[in-house]
Ligand binder design. Sequence first.
Ligand SMILES: NC(=O)c1ccc[n+]([C@@H]2O[C@H](COP(=O)([O-])OP(=O)(O)OC[C@H]3O[C@@H](n4cnc5c(N)ncnc54)[C@H](OP(=O)(O)O)[C@@H]3O)[C@@H](O)[C@H]2O)c1
Length: 272
Amino acid sequence: VARPDFALVGPGRLGLRLADRLVACGFECVAVRGRHPVRAQRRAPSAATWDTWDDPAEWRLPAVVFVCVPDHAIAEVGRLLACRHDLDGVSVLHTSGLLTADALDPVRRRGGTAASWHPLQSFPPADLRPTPWDGVACAVEGDPAAVEVGFEVATILGLRPWHIQPVDKPLYHAAAATAANLTYLLVASTRELFRGVGLPATDDPHPLAPLLATVVSAALSHPGLTGLTGPLARGDRETVARHLQILPPPLADAYRALARLVEDGRGEEGRT
Ligand SMILES: NC(=O)c1ccc[n+]([C@@H]2O[C@H](COP(=O)([O-])OP(=O)(O)OC[C@H]3O[C@@H](n4cnc5c(N)ncnc54)[C@H](OP(=O)(O)O)[C@@H]3O)[C@@H](O)[C@H]2O)c1
């Protein structure tokens, strides 16, 4: 499959990782644009960096443009691309989990095609460990030509592209944020509690890693809540009450709220 040249708008947490992966897979990055040109150039030294939105009229955009800016800036970037460039034959893909291709509507009015292209993965700041790409699911929707490009590029990068219905994006993204961000907050907070009781804090692997790996694997492979262990699974209310007394209030609130899912789950089982 041909590797089209690409441009990146938004060299942030996801954008830089994506550009690295694309380059490693044989694509050429011909331009990077951020809000701060010098910073964008420093982050992507090999690219022919645009330095303003006032490109010479004869400069043509490459066939693929990835827009990895915060959700609130996607429409503005679409408008700027459309007012500066003829977009005939150009596919513009944004990476929002929540918004659909329609956020890039102005691009269509200049002959371009638009898609949303969302990898179901977390991309922390670049100074942390590199994020794995292999096998990551990638939700794609939008105009047929841009979706085709999105599927091809995702496959070359080792991702698993799938079609999402535009109407499903808000619930999809809420589920992704709940799985990823709430898990992060729970693990980061309990890690501090373990530190307080003297659990040796080696980093690689952290002593919590085997427990978390087993729990995540059980939650992903068992139906409903059948893989749950501990006092909530055993219906041990006394132990749960002691936990709620000793935990810091925000964690006790989270524990209480999530415990309701166990009650709801039992209710569901009773009905089936
Ligand atoms: N990070 C993740 O884990 C992740 C995962 C999946 C999808 N996404 C999606 O990817 C998108 C970007 O997220 P992120 O976490 O990578 O954000 P981020 O780290 O904040 O990076 C955003 C980048 O966009 C640039 N930018 C902001 N406004 C701009 C504008 N008006 N014109 C041009 N560039 C602009 C910023 O430039 P400056 O650096 O110059 O400010 C920065 O380089 C979001 O839609 C997000 O939902 C993120």
